[in-house]
Structures are given as structure tokens and as C-alpha cells.
Design a protein around this ligand. Structure first.
Ligand code: PGA
Length: 294
């Protein structure tokens, strides 16, 4: 923990002199407007391919009905970028359905080796070849249930970037760590270890998701102001590791029990640039409302 405390102290003391402009609902810096990014992590759901395609079709149908002037477009910075993370077997067919709506697909993970005798693993080249744009790295379920270490997560982040895809790096404290009051230390530690060796140039393709583990799948959504404070803190860590430009331009999502009821409050925060949504993304109507946040 010594390393992270030193990093935090140092990050906090080098307060950013960056000028920001509050232009409408989003937070705009001199150098970059952070495009909102909404992601649906389906985890190990739904049970069958037919169910997955129904969900994708239902979601797209609702978006077409809502037709908010410019709700979704990954290439237009004024619009919201939307990414779906189906289970591996469903990625290709889900992509065929959603891409006409301007929605990207991603993989819930990859292994860091390129190929070989690694039964049950999936390589970056494989998910790239079926059209994945993003890959989740360091999700708390992978850390807790599959022993994904920071060293391995760092290798995966770099592998994803090497293959021209974009990692969404998930960080966040457990309930015990929250109770101990060490949220900042945990986030600083994870961000610094998991991004070790990632160049400033590559940081333009990195998204961070702050996901307090105690809020994931529990219905306990983190208070929007409290989440925003952690996002701001993560920017101070990035400023120390890189510079103010990276700190202000990196998109940071919030994740943990996001719902249609909580999304507007979260997205009104200056430093929350999107949401990583689990449970609610399995309901077409809920996720459609979330991506069309007010
Ligand atoms: P949740 O999951 O929305 O069901 O809490 C979020 C996540 O695990 O990314």
C-alpha cells in the first residue's frame, strides 16, 4: 500500500492548473470534449443465442422508436457512444444486428497470450477478427472469482491496445476496503499497476470504469456526488502518471447497479462520462432509457 499512498500524496499536491469550460451538460476542457460512453455488460447472460438476438433486436427497436436526434454514434463526439458486451458465442450475430444502429460490440475479456495450449481462453486476435472494438479488463468478477491479478490485467490491457482495440479498465474498492476508508488508495493502486507501461499516445484509447464492488449487482448505487469525487481523484492519479491532458481527456465511466432511475443524476456529474451497466442492460427498455439519459 506504500506505493499508492505516495502516489496519492504526490498526485494531490500537484493540483491541476488546467482550464475547463462548462459548456452545457457535458464537461469540456480546452483540449477535449469527453464523448459519453454507455456500455452494457451482459456477463454470462442470456441463456441461449435466440435469447441474445431477441435482446439485441428489442433494444434496437426501442432506440429506433425513441430516435433522439443524435443519441448514438461512436464517430460523432456530440453523440453518445454505445457498446454491448455479449458472451463470446453471441458476439458476431449481435454485432450484425446492432451495428446498423451505430452500436459497437466488445469482448468481456481476453487472455494475454497470442495463441496456443490455453484451453478455454480467447485471444485478442480472435475477438478483433469478429469485430470487437472494446475489451473489458479487470472487472471485479474476474479479479475475485478468477484470480485476475494486476500483473495479468496489465498484460491484457497492453495486448488489447497492441491489437488496435480499446480496453475498458475496471477499478474499484470492495465493501471491506470501503469500510476501511481506503477507496482512493485502492483505485490509485489499481490504476497505476494496470496501466503500467501504457504510453500517453495509447491512453486516448483507454476508458476507465470506476465500479465500487459493493455496488455491483446489489442495487446499492453509489451516491452520484461520492462517485464523482472518486472520478476526480482518478484524474489526479492520471495527471501524476501522465499529464493534465491525459487526466482531463480520459473517459471515466461509473458502474454498479445503474438504473433508469439513477442514470440522469450520475450523468449530470462533471467527471462521470458514461456508465458500465450489468443487470439493467439485460432489459431492452431499461438500457434504452439509460443510453438516452437526460
Ligand atoms: P450491475 O453490474 O449494473 O449489475 O451492478 C455492473 C458491472 O458489473 O459492470
Amino acid at each position: 500500500m506504500k506505493l499508492s499512498i505516495a502516489l496519492i500524496a504526490s498526485a494531490l499536491s500537484s493540483a491541476s492548473a488546467f482550464t475547463t469550460v462548462n459548456n452545457g451538460p457535458r464537461f469540456i476542457t480546452e483540449l477535449n470534449m469527453r464523448q459519453p460512453i454507455m456500455a452494457g455488460n451482459w456477463k454470462m447472460n442470456p441463456a441461449t443465442e435466440a435469447d441474445a438476438l431477441n435482446l439485441a433486436n428489442g433494444f434496437c427497436a426501442l432506440l429506433n422508436e425513441m430516435q433522439g436526434a443524435c443519441a448514438i454514434d461512436s464517430d460523432n463526439p456530440d453523440c453518445t457512444e454505445v457498446v454491448l458486451f455479449p458472451p463470446f458465442p453471441f458476439i458476431s450475430k449481435v454485432k450484425d444486428i446492432v451495428q446498423k444502429n451505430g452500436i459497437d460490440v466488445g469482448a468481456q475479456g481476453v487472455y494475454y497470450e497470442d495463441k496456443g495450449a490455453f484451453t478455454c481462453s480467447v485471444a485478442a486476435s480472435m475477438v478483433k477478427s469478429v469485430g470487437c472494438e472494446y475489451v473489458l479488463c479487470g472487472h471485479s468478477e474476474r479479479r475475485a472469482l478468477f484470480s485476475d491479478s494486476d500483473v495479468n490485467i496489465n498484460s491484457k490491457v497492453k495486448k488489447v491496445l497492441e491489437f488496435g482495440m480499446k480496453p475498458i479498465l475496471c477499478v474499484g474498492e470492495t465493501q471491506d476496503e470501503y469500510d476501511l476508508g481506503i477507496t482512493q488508495e485502492v483505485c490509485a493502486m489499481q490504476v497505476s499497476k494496470d496501466l503500467a507501461g501504457v504510453s500517453k499516445k495509447d491512453m486516448k484509447d483507454v476508458v476507465i470504469a470506476y465500479e465500487p464492488v459493493w455496488a455491483i449487482g446489489t442495487g446499492l448505487v453509489c451516491d452520484a456526488d461520492a462517485a464523482n469525487e472518486v472520478h476526480k481523484f482518478i484524474r489526479t492519479v492520471l495527471a501524476k502518471m501522465y499529464d493534465d491532458e491525459v487526466a482531463q481527456s480520459t473517459r471515466i465511466q461509473y458502474g454498479g447497479s445503474v438504473t433508469p432511475e439513477s442514470v440522469d443524476g450520475l450523468m449530470a456529474m462533471s467527471d462521470i462520462d458514461g456508465c458500465l451497466v450489468g443487470g439493467a442492460s439485460l432489459f431492452a427498455d431499461k438500457f434504452a432509457r439509460i443510453v438516452n439519459f437526460d
